[in-house]
Structure formats: structure tokens, C-alpha cells
Design a protein around this ligand. Structure first.
Ligand SMILES: N[C@@H](CCC(=O)N[C@@H](CS)C(=O)NCC(=O)O)C(=O)O
Length: 222
């Protein structure tokens, strides 16, 4: 059986992406949770699965796949019917661009609005850097644009649920934690993500975790 190595459910957004991809693809897997930045052995524990020192990692027999996007691609190629890319070339190229933009950027959002699923910390936009505010606007625009182009074929960013939704689901959940105001169309994407049974399950699990990472929680309590 596939093994997915993940970090803390409350804090690890990249772990959530790989997990969501497998869950929404209805593929059975064993989950191995290594609480990051907790205790003294987590780095050694993680090193058993990946020299990259980061989660998520997917282990399929003697094959190890690290990085959330590589995992999504592997799952899509391994299993017919798994969550993948839009069928249409234009839509697929658009989706890949949108995903690449997330995977390689949005450092303001990542740093100033870290994933903290069980926290609720309403933030005024004025409390964020200009770079972060610009990124929020850009994400809103990406979501709205995708919905305007492909919304007729289904409820997700590119119609049917795709790797683009997987990649942006944790971003949507950050906007919930910090009460970030969005346009109507972008907010609908956030609501849809929150309604997913898989996301609800992950969030319930995150609420039960005992680790608390001060460098993230302190941001939420200021
Ligand atoms: N680009 C990687 C990023 C993975 C990543 O940064 N994971 C974080 C947890 S969300 C991690 O393992 N951090 C451990 C560390 O920084 O030492 C991916 O897409 O999987």
C-alpha cells in the first residue's frame, strides 16, 4: 500500500495538498504523521523517508516521491481517474500556469498568513505588507479568472476538481483563518473548499493535535 508521510495537520499546507490529492482520487494509503519542529527526533524520523528533509513524501514500494506537485503528477500517471489536469489543452495549460505560480511564489502570503487551521485571527489588510496584499489580490484574480473561463463545466476552478484546486485549497483555508476579504467569486471557492468532506476530516484531525508551534501561533494571537 502507498505510504504518505505528512507533517502536522494544523500547520503543514504542503502535506495537505498531497493528502487531498490521494483522498479526492479515492486511493487507499497509509498515513505516517511526523510532527515537524516538535521534540528532538523528527528530522531523523523524516530522513528515513527522504533526504530532502521536507514533507510530504509518497512511498510506493521502493520508489520515493517528494514534493507535493511531483506527488500529484505521479498519482495522476499511476491511477486512471485520479485527480489530474483539465482535458482541454488551453484549460490544462492555464491550470498548470496557475499552479506553477503558487508552487514557486506567494511568499508574502506564505510568511505572513501561515497555515494554522484551528486558529481564528481576523487581520486588517493594513496589518499586512504591500507585497502580501498584492499577492492576495493576484490570487483573487487567478481564481476569479479561472471561474469566469471554465465555471460552466463544473463548480471548481477549472470546472472539474483538478490539481489546481488541490494546490489552492490550503490558500483558501489561510484566508479563513485570517478573515481575508475576497471578491464574491473567490469567496465561493473558499466556501467550496471548506465544504469538502476530506477537508473537514483533515481539519477535525488538526484540531486534535497536541503540538503547538509558537512561531506560528504567536502570529495568530497578536
Ligand atoms: N515545495 C515543497 C515544499 C515542502 C515543504 O516546505 N514542506 C514543509 C512543511 S509544509 C517542511 O517539510 N518543512 C520542514 C523544514 O522546513 O525543515 C512541496 O511542494 O512539497
Amino acid at each position: 500500500m502507498l505510504k504518505l508521510i505528512i507533517g502536522n495537520k494544523n500547520y503543514s499546507s504542503w502535506s495537505l495538498r498531497a493528502w487531498l490529492c490521494l483522498r479526492e482520487s479515492r486511493i487507499p494509503f497509509e498515513e505516517i504523521r511526523i510532527p515537524l519542529f516538535s521534540g528532538t527526533t523528527w528530522r531523523d524520523e523524516l530522513a528515513k523517508y527522504t533526504p530532502a528533509g521536507r514533507v510530504p513524501v509518497l512511498v510506493d514500494g521502493d520508489l520515493s516521491v517528494w514534493d507535493s506537485l511531483a506527488i500529484c503528477e505521479y498519482v495522476r500517471e499511476r491511477e486512471t481517474g485520479a485527480v489530474g489536469w483539465p482535458v482541454d489543452l488551453r484549460a490544462r495549460t492555464h491550470a498548470r500556469s496557475v499552479v506553477a505560480e503558487m508552487h514557486s511564489g506567494f511568499f508574502g502570503v506564505r510568511n505572513e498568513l501561515p497555515q494554522n487551521l484551528r486558529a481564528r485571527r481576523p487581520l486588517a489588510l493594513a496589518e499586512l505588507s504591500e507585497a502580501c496584499r498584492n499577492e492576495i489580490r493576484r490570487i483573487d484574480e487567478l481564481w476569479t479568472d479561472a471561474r469566469q473561463c471554465y465555471g460552466d463545466s463544473g463548480p471548481w476552478l477549472f470546472g472539474q476538481f483538478s490539481i489546481a484546486d488541490v494546490m489552492y485549497a490550503p490558500v483558501a483555508l489561510r484566508f479563513v483563518t485570517y478573515s481575508i476579504p475576497l471578491s464574491c467569486e473567490a469567496q465561493k471557492f473558499v466556501d467550496r473548499v471548506q465544504e469538502l468532506d476530506s477537508v473537514r476530516e483533515w481539519s477535525r484531525d488538526s484540531a486534535k493535535e497536541s503540538e503547538s508551534l509558537r512561531f506560528i501561533d504567536e502570529l495568530a494571537s497578536q
